[in-house]
Ligand binder design. Structure first.
Ligand code: GAR
Length: 210
């Protein structure tokens, strides 16, 4: 290439050009993981949480995300199943990756096909234990305590169209003692979620070219 003033300026610009990867968080509940994810990604130059989508109009996560300046959208069950509505919504926010953080609806096939290996979920147990329909949040921790398990933990996995069955990406374990209540287990599991979920998501995003 012949060096001239024009392409020197372009090269200098290209070096600083950052392609922002935009992430949507889907959540139905309290939103402590969503808050943690937003705080983690707010320090990154090339990734950001650009949208919070919820299927529950009164979920506490919505006000928390608004307070952090994250755009929020509430969808009805009908809209969530509507591929042209959902895909154009995600295009509007330029979303290339989806993180589920306590989202309690099955993801429809048009989303898992469009976002192949670009949707991840966190489950508060060591899957395949305590997974499946109806197993979420405190119900999982109550089942762990009732069974007298000596350990629990988290599973981060890719999404498919069945509850908690996608390919496992990462697991971390915590001890459960005989004195632990379900609330104690929830605290230990949440601590693991806050520590690992953003880092695992970031690593996957770094490996995606788009
Ligand atoms: C988290 O513990 C997450 O692992 C769990 O819901 C909780 C949401 O807490 N997800 C599931 O059970 C999915 N099956 P948060 O709203 O405080 O982030």
């Amino acid at each position: 290439m012949q060096i001239n003033a024009q392409n020197v300026v372009f090269c200098a610009f290209a070096k600083d050009l950052i392609i922002m990867k935009k992430i949507a968080v889907f959540a139905s509940g309290t939103g402590s993981n969503a808050v943690n994810l937003v705080q983690y990604f707010s320090t990154k130059k090339d990734m950001e949480i650009a949208l919070l989508l919820s299927n529950k109009a009164n979920a506490p996560v919505i006000d928390k995300m608004k307070a952090l300046g994250v755009p929020t959208v509430v969808v009805t069950n009908e809209k969530f199943e509507d591929s042209s509505y959902m895909l154009s919504l995600l295009r509007e926010y330029d979303i290339s990756f989806i993180i589920l953080a306590g989202f309690l609806k099955i993801i429809p096939p048009f989303l898992t096909e469009t976002f192949d290996n670009k949707i991840i979920n966190i489950h508060p147990s060591l899957l395949p234990k305590y997974g499946g329909k109806g197993m979420y949040g405190m119900k999982v921790h109550e089942a762990v305590v009732a069974a007298g398990d000596k350990e629990s933990g988290i599973t981060i996995h890719y999404l498919n169209n069945r509850y908690d069955e996608g390919e496992v990406i990462f697991q971390a374990v915590c001890e459960v003692t005989t004195d632990d209540t379900a609330e104690d287990v929830a605290k230990k599991v949440h601590a693991l979620e806050y520590e690992h979920y953003p880092k695992v998501a970031e690593k996957i995003l770094q490996s995606i070219k788009n």
